[in-house]
Design a protein. Structure first.
Length: 545
């Protein structure tokens, strides 16, 4: 039995439970599939259920219910009526499952909003695609930016009615109460934001007036009055946590915003107020998942040099040597090549390996329809990066993904407002690259769209080619260890795929195994490869008009 347990995986456990639970019933002139959820089933699948329960920190009974929901929903929404019909039970009897459904919801495994529809969380599905078990992330040991980032997602889920309001608010409370040393927790304590024993609606209203996230209180987008409680009950306003917002220079009473002084206190341990939050994001190095990557020799050699240069001791040494000689100390690097060849993931692994955080630039949000705003946004992005770099013990990386969208060729004799704005943005970036005292990495698929002035300012340029057959073999084996060397070689030779395309095929295979309960064979893998090949050709034609 010990050998069996060693071979068991998350997906095989789920598949075993689904296989044992499913049965066919003849009706309406055909066969319909139903599922059991009873004591007899629990005994039959006890080992799979216990294995899954241990991995996901839930009970065996909840593990069985989760497995059935995965199969019934097919990664889509599932109503209680659907659940009752699939389990061939009455709606009244289904009410006895509520405690287990609520437990799965509190474990963030499933989500249920105001409509009551059940769906499996996106993070859970991502784990299953990798044959890994999802375990509810800890609310302890968090930093302010992580708390705010999670609060943003929870607020969005509440607005979209895709999560139970009480559970979302409990998550917010826990993050603040379990991390008393963070500036957001200290500020919440200072202003008495968390009310002991408050009802869900009251906490929601207060949290909305208090919580700071990208959907309001920034550049004219404000928190509406109906989200905060009545005027006579305005404790947050009386304590000068929030204030009336201005519209066209006039204060209005239907929208509010958080006082700047309070925002400064919230962001105190992040280097101050990050006004650039809507068009930049912070990826902490410890949140990045280590992932093996494979390269051909020329790329590997270039990246080995970068890893060496960006190790903290060597980086400080090189930076000082350049400064002593009166040379620019900024480190700029361009990763270019075909889509799916690992450019962005290499930046992540480079950051992970050298213990550097990443500030990502959201180019789509940098550009504004208002005259002069795009230029201001870009300057604030670099100013924000400088502040974070100065307050960090390890210099972070500023990442421009798909850089050709903003590092493009400058327009000559620009007359239109858009062309002038584009040129202005590019001039700002060129100057900032000259003055950079940190690390900037840009990625692009289309080097022909880059201005020559930008190319000259990149100290290192690494070209990512479609991997060789040998490297493709390594990628196939890494993503599908059960593949034989012969099969991996056959797939590598038959399909000229990038690493990203190979990963797409393996993800489809994983999802198919979840849906059917069976591991797809080599013929199915070849079918997935052919579909990926056709999809790539179709997209290529579309891009080329």
């Amino acid at each position: 039995m010990a050998d069996v347990k060693e071979d068991r995986t998350v997906i095989s456990a789920i598949a075993g439970i689904i296989k044992a639970a499913s049965y066919e019933k003849e009706e309406y002139g055909g066969l319909s599939i139903y599922y059991r959820y009873d004591a007899e089933l629990m005994e039959e699948v006890r080992e799979d259920a216990e294995y899954l329960a241990d991995k996901m920190a839930i009970t065996p009974k909840q593990a069985v219910l989760f497995s059935l929901i995965i199969e019934m929903s097919k990664c889509d929404e599932l109503t209680k009526r659907d659940l009752a019909e699939n389990l061939n039970t009455s709606f009244v009897e289904l009410l006895s499952y509520e405690d287990d459904l609520k437990a799965l919801e509190r474990a963030l495994i499933i989500k249920r909003g105001g409509s009551g529809k059940i769906r499996v969380g996106g993070d859970v599905l991502k784990c299953l695609e990798k044959n890994m078990a999802f375990r509810r992330p800890s609310n302890s040991g968090l930093k302010t930016l992580t708390i705010l980032s999670r609060m943003t997602r929870l607020f969005q889920d509440i607005q979209n009615e895709s999560v139970d309001k009480e559970i979302a608010l409990s998550e917010m409370d826990a993050m603040i109460l379990l991390n008393p040393g963070t500036s957001i927790a200290k500020t919440a304590n200072l202003y008495g934001v968390l009310l002991e024993g408050a009802k869900a609606d009251e906490r929601y209203n207060e949290s909305y007036g208090w919580g700071y996230h990208e959907n309001y209180d920034y550049q004219g987008s404000m928190c509406p009055a109906e989200r905060i409680y009545n005027e006579e009950d305005m404790a947050l306003q009386k304590n000068k946590v929030i204030t009336y917002a201005s519209r066209d220079g006039i204060r209005v009473k239907d929208h509010f915003k958080i006082e700047d002084s309070v925002k400064e206190e919230i962001f105190d341990d992040c280097g101050g107020l990050h006004e650039e939050a809507p068009f930049s994001g912070l990826l902490k190095c410890d949140s990045l998942v280590a992932k093996p990557l494979f390269y051909d020799a020329p790329i590997q050699e270039s990246l080995s040099t970068l890893y060496d240069l960006l190790s903290e001791s060597r980086y400080a040494q090189v930076k000082k040597a350049l400064e002593d000689k009166g040379m620019r100390s900024g480190f700029t690097c361009l990763f270019y090549g075909s889509p799916g060849t690992g450019k962005t993931e290499t930046v992540y692994q480079l950051a992970k390996g050298t213990k550097r955080d990443i500030i990502t630039a959201d180019v789509s949000k940098l550009k504004s329809m208002w005259v002069g705003e795009s230029e201001k946004n870009l300057r604030r992005l670099f100013a924000n990066y400088k502040r974070v770099a100065q307050n960090s013990s390890v210099t972070p990386i500023l990442l421009f993904n798909e850089a050709d969208a903003i590092f493009g060729i400058r327009k000559t004799a620009a007359e239109g407002a858009v062309d002038k704005m584009e040129n202005s943005l590019q001039n700002i970036i060129l100057q900032e690259m000259e003055d950079l005292k940190g690390i900037l990495i840009a990625t692009t698929n289309l080097t022909e769209n880059l201005d020559k002035a930008f190319e000259r300012r990149f100290l290192y340029k690494v070209k990512f080619n479609t991997p060789s057959i040998t490297v493709k073999c390594q990628i196939w084996k890494a993503l599908m260890p059960e593949l034989s060397d012969t099969d991996a070689r056959y797939l590598a030779e038959k399909f000229d795929f990038s690493g990203g395309q190979i990963e797409n095929v393996v993800r489809k295979r994983t999802i198919q195994s979840i849906l059917t309960g069976n591991e797809p064979d080599m013929q199915a893998i070849l079918t997935f490869c052919s579909e990926e090949l056709l999809e790539t050709k179709r997209l290529s034609r579309r891009i080329g008009f």
